[in-house]
Design a binder for this molecule. Structure first.
Ligand code: PGA
Length: 255
């Protein structure tokens, strides 16, 4: 079954509040007639509410870049799934490798976050997995991907029509300017699918999961990723900071 494709912009911590609002406005204008698939943008926390206002009346959806694993309490600096929902988010990125690297986020934290998001029942988590260069060089990629999925999704039960997006992002390709070979991405996505089918069964996969690729995607290389059977979309960093460039990428990946 062909799933609806999705393209997600991850603006990371690249833009000021005003720059974020300006870019959101450019996206809104650019995507005014774009009615295919799903398009989502993930700005920083403080920009969520103003961006929600900008996006009113457009098809572009809103996502956050992180979330905490409790709904409420004495957790200085944190934001809960329901708060994100209140701010208009339909998606949230969980366990991005930059958080794993700089904030020592691990798959135990990621698992707690995923479970809380699913319990809140409102938001689609975009769970990031991917091997390091060292893991790839030493032929451990398949094992790493399987282990990350098992840890991130341990104890997750599916209720209703809860959706989950797995973002395969080889760490060494992120921000490098060079995406991996599309055949390699397709292979990794097959491994991910196989692991998910062992964990949850094929029916759950086709109804609840999409698998997207992330890592140095641009209008120059996106064509290679467009027709692959197991790639349901993209998570885009650098190329999403320019509305025209992101629009070109979106038009190739979502037909
Ligand atoms: P990139 O980032 O497209 O700049 O490589 C992707 C990501 O980190 O999600």
């Amino acid at each position: 079954m062909q799933k609806e494709k999705i393209i997600i912009a991850n603006w990371k911590m690249q833009l000021s509040l005003q720059e974020t609002i300006d870019l959101a406005n450019k996206y809104k204008a650019k995507f005014a007639k774009f009615k295919k698939g799903e398009v989502a943008i993930c700005p920083n926390f403080i920009s969520l509410l103003p961006v929600k206002t900008v996006l009113k009346g457009s098809n572009i959806k809103l996502g956050a870049q992180d979330v905490f694993w409790e709904e409420k309490g004495a957790y200085t600096g944190e934001v809960s799934p329901n708060m994100l929902k209140e701010a208009g988010c339909e998606f949230v990125i969980v366990g991005h490798s930059e958080r794993r690297k700089h904030l020592r986020e691990n798959y135990e934290y990621i698992n707690r976050k995923v479970k809380t998001i699913i319990d809140s029942g409102n938001i689609t988590p975009i769970i990031c997995i991917g091997e390091s260069w060292d893991e790839r060089k030493t032929d451990r990629r398949d094992f790493v991907l399987t282990e990350q999925l098992q840890l991130a999704l341990a104890g997750v039960d599916f209720m209703g029509d809860q959706q989950i997006i797995i973002a395969y992002e080889p760490i060494w390709a992120i921000g490098s300017g060079a995406a991996i070979e599309s055949s390699e991405a397709e292979y990794a996505h097959k491994i991910i699918k196989l692991t998910l089918s062992q964990m949850f069964g094929m029916k759950i996969i086709s109804g609840h999961f999409r698998i997207v690729y992330g890592g140095s995607i641009s209008s120059k290389n996106v064509k290679e990723f467009a027709d692959l059977e197991n790639i349901d979309g993209l998570l885009v960093g650098g190329a999403s900071l320019n509305a025209e460039e992101f629009y070109k990428v979106a038009n190739v990946i979502i037909k």
